[in-house]
Design a protein around this ligand. Structure first.
Ligand code: ATP
Ligand code: MG
Length: 414
């Protein structure tokens, strides 16, 4: 038997309502904040990601699915969406379109990681990007959207952690300082982090190895931002304070991708266990230029859909209705299926969600099925009633049954 690949999962009909619920709340809230949806391809030229995410990151070094296509091109399954959206922004000159630069997306991403609870090889993200402004109000606004999204979903016990990495110059200084603080511990780091020490010291702060985390927890990180970046960060915080968004400052948040500058943030959620990051984001003021566009500042975030689903399942009282069935059509005898077939079609044509079981053994079996499907009404066709142009309609909630003229049926059901 062929099975789904390790680290991939079928999202079955029972669960999909929850996904749709999350997506629809996401779309609502993103539209309210002025964002429009974009869909970019799942495959891109691999260099798009190596250039933007960074050569020394886990994503590029270990996690990216890359293959050579029949034309000898180097293709990657996208590990994230920001680089693709920036590519599209440049390629389609979205800077010029009236609503172009505030975009959101929902779709699958691919990373060859070790599968575990909350971590898959194909997973879904829902996120947004605000391209075009370096104004700290935009940072506060973007963080606000992510918080309001969680609130609307009814997810509680989440924490916003905030940091600023500073501008490109600050980052160089931050990297030096971090190097100094970690230097005494180099020998105790994992093999990967030993190599990272020279190549990309920030990545050590993102390492998942318990021993490295222990070391990182204990080193102190000084403030190293320039005046402008300090002032920007202060304004972001003031913006959040002004609208009542709670956060804590965490100087050790560096994010797993190289393109971030200035504001970075993460949202964790308590019910998620070890993999508790439900959302991550930040500013990337140099990325548009690095990918060949004009010098354009930007900021965005991404939520992990699977983790949103897990968090919602851990939240009591939130159960989107599973069945949308209005009517189950039942017959008292097999010879009536022809009439029932036509009647069911007319209901469906009228927009009434209807189901019928052509293989049922008895009326009793059909009633059981109707109950199982959560039908609001059962329309029962009987020989005698049909001759008079009537059917029986049973209200399943009220346990009441009455006769209705077929010509009145649709109006009656509505
Ligand atoms: P993590 O620390 O969990 O590895 P990350 O820093 O790699 O996360 P990002 O690249 O910032 O994550 O992606 C944003 C969000 O996407 C994460 O907070 C998480 O909710 C989700 N996510 C990332 N990788 C996976 C994965 N392999 N499976 C499921 N969800 C994921
Ligand atoms: Mg990761």
């Amino acid at each position: 038997m062929i099975k789904a690949l390790r680290g991939t999962k079928d999202i079955l009909p029972d669960e999909i309502r929850l996904w749709q619920h999350i997506e629809s709340i996401g779309r609502d809230i993103f539209y309210i904040y002025g964002y429009n949806e974009i869909k970019t391809p799942i495959i891109e030229e691999a260099s798009l990601f190596t250039r933007s995410i960074g050569d020394a990151t886990d994503i590029v070094q270990k996690e990216m699915y890359v293959f050579c296509d029949r034309g000898g091109r180097n293709i990657a399954l996208r590990p994230e969406a920001t680089a693709s959206i920036v590519r599209s922004y440049i390629e389609n000159s979205l800077a010029q379109s009236s609503r172009g630069a505030k975009l959101f997306y929902i779709g699958p991403m691919f990373r060859a990681e070790r599968p575990q609870q909350g971590r898959q090889r194909q997973f879904y993200q829902i996120g947004l990007e605000a391209i075009g402004s370096d104004n700290p109000f935009i940072d506060a606004e973007v963080i606000a959207v992510s918080v309001r999204f969680l609130e609307r979903l009814g997810i509680e016990k989440f924490h916003v952690k905030l940091n600023s990495l500073g501008c490109q110059k600050d980052k160089i200084r931050v990297i030096e300082k971090h190097k100094e603080s970690l230097r005494p511990y180099v020998e105790k780091l994992c093999e990967t982090c030993k190599a990272r020490f020279d190549k990309n010291v920030l990545r050590i702060f993102d390492c998942k190895e318990v021993s490295c985390r222990g070391i990182v927890e204990n080193v102190s990180v000084e403030k190293t931002l320039c005046d402008e970046c300090t002032s920007h960060f202060e304004k972001v915080k003031a913006g959040l304070d002004a609208i009542g968004i709670q956060y804590t400052i965490d100087r050790k948040i560096v994010r797993g991708l190289d393109y971030y500058t200035r504001t970075v943030f993460e949202i964790t959620q308590e019910s998620l266990g070890a993999k508790d990051a439900i959302c991550a984001g930040g500013r990337y003021n140099n990325l548009v230029k690095e990918l060949g566009g004009k010098d354009t500042p930007a900021i965005g975030f991404a939520f992990g859909m699977e983790r949103l689903v897990l968090a919602l399942q851990g939240t009591s009282g939130i159960r989107p209705q599973l069945s949308g069935l209005d009517v189950f059509v039942a017959v008292t005898g097999e010879q009536l299926y022809g009439e029932a077939f036509k009647l069911t079609e007319s209901l469906r044509k009228a927009g009434i969600a209807s189901e019928i079981d052509y293989d049922a053994k008895s009326l009793k079996a059909q009633m059981r099925k109707a109950e199982k499907l959560g039908a609001k009404f059962v329309v029962i066709l009987g020989e005698e009633e049909l001759k008079q142009g009537k059917v029986a309609v049973k209200d399943m909630a009220k346990h009441e049954q009455k006769e209705v003229e077929i010509t009145d049926l649709i109006a009656e059901l509505r």
